[in-house]
Design a protein. Structure first.
Length: 88
């Protein structure tokens, strides 16, 4: 088993509900009211913190956009923000 791998289990209840073990909730950084995402790949399911997953997807989607639009420095970004504020 890999050093960073953690295994735990939970019982599926009558309505398909499970309780995520405390150690797993802590690893995911989720608590009461937070959302999780299930990612199914073949017969494997990953459970991830929805907020973190959404940010990762956004980062992947935006990868390369800054250089594509010639925003290569903080000054470029500040200039764009100023231009957009002046348009509004």
């Amino acid at each position: 088993m890999a050093a960073n791998m953690f295994v735990d289990n939970a019982k599926v209840m009558a309505k398909g509900q499970i309780t995520i073990p405390k150690d797993i909730r802590e690893i995911l950084g989720v608590s009461n009211g937070d959302r999780i995402t299930f990612i199914v790949e073949g017969n494997t399911v990953r459970i991830v913190n929805s907020a973190i997953y959404a940010m990762q997807m956004l980062q992947q989607e935006m990868a390369g956009e800054a250089s594509r639009t010639n925003l290569t420095s903080e000054a470029d970004v500040m200039r764009l923000v100023e231009e957009l504020r002046n348009e509004a």
